[in-house]
Design a protein around this ligand. Structure first.
Ligand code: SAH
Length: 359
């Protein structure tokens, strides 16, 4: 919505309401897709003044370490030409700025590609990366060289579907109108062809989540890596074993709110299913490393030393640097909740940071 951040707050709600009036209850994934499309198109949600803060916005150390990790892989692969840095949902472009600065120090100067559909965030990214190329989806990415792909807090924003166990089998979670807001309601019909296995053995009301959109993105990315070489680094919150329960959540002004009130005005996310994403990569013969906790990964790659060096260079910032280090790595903060997973082309070196020894 090219209106400079003032997109009317009710537009997503109105579009969803009209769709439900026209079609009847809509799948949860459709609700989430419309809500998030409007949300990201209407504002820059990042930072203390926004709705949520991400690791690259906390400290330059995060992007620098991602850059060192990529440069190390690239060097050990023999410094291939025509390399592309690809970021999915790059937010303000901060991670790319810090990562590319680190990579340059090792002689790694890839072309820069952003997959981003928010016009407002594309504008922010252009300020830091005037020479980048923007894409609407993966099909548009270049075909001519290895891809160094980074996705920080991207997959959690992709729509999910839910399935609810009932005595009549699995039912897809739909969304209906509830006066001026919305509500989830299991479909009246069995979800026979969408979910394999029986619902018996699961207590009534058990929820299974699936993200067909994430599966499609991960499959397309894995096909590219298998063909062109390179790596995909995913950093996000999520689960590493199949489980049950709803992980759908909404955040506004750093506070949890109901996902079904005012869609399009809060950040709607779900936990990332690392187990499924890893399996997709394996079926394309990619190597999978992790997931491991973000804290463990950052420490294995030298965040402690980087914090010490930064503190030495500007001692008046010591407290801030220490606080950022704590927030990024401590298990009570982002250290364990966030997971890091890398999928890498089979003829690429083994990436650093995933060995158990380092915890
Ligand atoms: N990676 C950034 C921003 C995370 S917020 C950071 O760590 O700070 C999620 C990002 O994904 C935003 O840039 C949002 O506009 C983008 N995004 C969400 N859904 C998308 C989609 N379907 N296609 C392209 N970009 C999307």
């Amino acid at each position: 919505m090219p209106d400079g951040g003032k997109a009317d707050l009710s537009s997503a709600a109105q579009i969803i309401a009209d769709k439900i009036d026209r079609e009847g209850p809509i799948p949860l994934g459709d609700y989430m897709a419309i809500a998030n499309h409007h949300y990201y198109a209407s504002k820059d949600p990042l930072g203390e003044a926004g709705d949520f803060i991400t690791a690259p916005e906390i400290s330059q150390m995060f992007g620098e370490i991602v850059g060192i990790w990529l440069a190390d892989l690239w060097l050990r692969k023999g410094s291939p030409d025509h390399c592309h840095y690809v970021e999915l949902g790059p937010g303000r472009g901060t991670l790319a700025r810090d990562a590319l600065r680190s990579m340059r120090k090792f002689g790694c100067i890839p072309k820069v590609h952003f997959v981003e559909n928010s016009p407002i965030l594309r504008g922010r990214q252009k300020q830091l990366h005037p020479d980048a190329t923007w894409h609407q989806d993966i099909a548009e990415l270049p075909q001519d060289g290895p891809l160094l792909i980074v996705a920080n807090e991207f997959f959690d924003a992709l729509p999910i579907e839910q399935f609810v166990a009932t005595s009549g089998g699995w039912r897809q979670q739909m969304v209906v109108r509830d006066r001026s807001t919305f509500a989830p309601v299991p479909s009246a019909h069995r979800a026979a062809d969408q979910i394999s296995g029986s619902a018996s053995g699961f207590p009534d009301g058990t929820i299974l989540e699936r993200s067909p959109v994430s599966v499609e993105w991960a499959g397309n990315l894995a096909n590219r890596l298998a063909k062109q070489g390179g790596t995909l680094l995913i950093i996000d919150y999520g689960y590493t074993r199949p489980g049950t329960g709803s992980t759908l959540q909404a955040v506004k002004n750093h506070v949890p709110v109901s996902p079904f009130d005012s869609p399009g005005t809060s950040d709607l996310t779900a936990h990332v299913d690392f187990h499924t994403l890893a399996n997709i990569a394996r079926t394309r013969m990619l190597n999978v490393n992790g997931p491991v906790g973000q804290g463990q990964w950052l420490k294995a790659l030298g965040i402690d030393q980087r914090a010490t060096a930064l503190t030495r260079a500007s001692s008046e910032q010591a407290e801030m640097i220490q606080a950022a280090h704590h927030r990024l790595t401590h298990p009570d903060e982002m250290g364990s909740l966030f997971q890091v997973m890398a999928t890498t082309a089979i003829d690429w070196p083994e990436p650093e940071g995933f060995s158990d020894k380092e915890e």
